[in-house]
Design a protein around this ligand. Structure first.
Ligand SMILES: Nc1ncnc2c1ncn2[C@@H]1O[C@H](COP(=O)(O)OP(=O)(O)O)[C@@H](O)[C@H]1O
Ligand SMILES: [Mg+2]
Length: 376
């Protein structure tokens, strides 16, 4: 289920951020985000995810390019004038305040425009604080959303990491932003808590019906949570697509390698006379011209086949419940091991020495050796 609409809420146009030391953290990024979408920036540490998010939030300014919100340039708008809130990795709560006051903090500072009609029909505008009852109602609603009802009086320093992060999320959503930015919000949590919070955040996204722009370096997290994934490296967008699209049809070797656990197996190979070779094994027919290539095979793309073209040296089998993993080696492999994942009901005769595979077409990805672009 997705809340995504057709309307574009955010557009990044030729967005660039060069720091004073010459570091180009974000390099001519073009992207749009649809209203209601759960979109994730995914990439290794240092690729420019946080810098992009900070510019969307207004904490940092582009060196060039524009950020449009509903079609209007907001590049000069201060953060508090943008209908956007941010949840950071380190939750930045006020340690001396309790849960309620942490969440209510921004609301107490907030001023809203109220209009009144005088008896003579004249309309007057006043800038007012929210009433205590209004604040109360908003805080309670936010606490309910993050499943922390009853925690109002607790000191935040007595909460677990997961609970603190929920308070941080409550504090961000209490202002009813149109867009929620989340910068590695689960990075400080342990694995079990992270998995639970992933599900909760998905559920919150569905219930709130607002746009989530999420940042992570964890490809599994990105694959499970997002409507759309934006894969970044060195300040540049390498691919944008639905999780399955990006996994199945990576545009280049970097994207293919960054997504998938265990990772794709990569071999040195070549195309010669209409065949794709790894070493002297012809894996597949092709109409592509001769070239030096990298041959990628997803772990689930191997079929154990005594007549198969690809011969590897068998090392061992790892049983993982639902499936089994065959660990082998091959002299053209870039990694020390080749890993094939097979359903656990596959019957393997006593393997030792050589093991032969054929390869599933849709799990075979071939990249030009020079450009590293995908060609097959
Ligand atoms: N204020 C700054 N001055 C100079 N370089 C910076 C600054 N902030 C970030 N960088 C650099 O910009 C690059 C992108 O950083 P960042 O956006 O934080 O990456 P990510 O969030 O993807 O890990 C990194 O090389 C980082 O060192
Ligand atoms: Mg970051």
């Amino acid at each position: 289920m997705t809340n995504t609409t057709k309307e574009k809420i955010i557009e990044l146009v030729d967005l660039t951020r060069e720091f004073e030391d010459g570091m180009v953290a974000v390099d001519n990024v073009n992207l749009y985000v649809r209203k209601g979408e759960f979109i994730t920036f995914l990439g290794p540490s240092g690729c420019g995810k946080t810098t992009t998010l900070r510019m969307i939030a207004g904490f940092d300014k582009p060196s060039s390019g524009k950020i449009l919100l509903n079609g209007k340039d907001i590049s000069e708008l201060p953060p508090n004038k943008r209908p956007i809130n941010t949840v950071f990795q380190r939750y930045a709560l006020f340690p001396h305040l309790n849960v309620y006051d942490n969440i209510a903090y921004g609301l107490k500072l907030k001023r809203v425009k109220a209009t009144y009609k005088k008896p003579n029909g004249e309309i007057v505008e006043k800038i007012e604080k929210l009433t205590r009852a209004e604040i109360n109602q908003k805080v309670e609603k936010a606490l309910k959303m993050v499943d922390l009802e009853g925690f109002e009086k607790r000191s935040v320093s007595t909460l677990s990491g997961g609970q603190q992060q929920r308070v941080a999320i409550a504090r961000a959503i209490v202002n009813e932003p149109k867009i929620l930015l989340l910068d590695e919000p689960l990075g400080a949590l342990d694995l079990k808590m992270r998995k639970d919070m992933q599900l909760e955040l998905k559920e919150m996204h569905r219930k709130l019906g607002i746009t989530f722009i999420y940042v992570t370096h964890d490809q599994e997290e990105a694959l499970t949570m997002s409507d759309t994934i934006v894969v970044m490296k060195d300040g540049v967008i390498h691919q944008v697509g639905k999780p399955q699209e990006v996994y199945d049809n990576p545009r280049n070797l970097f994207v293919a390698r960054f997504l998938g656990t265990p990772p794709i197996n990569v071999f040195s190979g070549r195309i010669s006379d209409g065949k794709i070779y790894i070493g002297d094994a012809a894996i597949y027919d092709t109409e592509l011209p001769d070239a030096e290539v990298y041959v990628g095979i997803r772990p689930e793309g191997f079929v154990v086949d005594g007549d198969g073209p690809l011969a590897c040296q068998f090392s061992n089998i790892e049983v993982m419940g639902r499936d089994v993993s065959i660990v082998a080696t091959h002299k053209e492999s870039h990694a020390p091991i080749v890993r094939a994942i097979l359903p656990s009901d596959v019957r393997l005769a006593d393997v030792s020495g050589e093991i032969r595979f054929s390869v599933k077409r849709d799990k075979l990805l071939v990249f030009d050796k020079v450009s590293e672009e995908r060609i097959f």
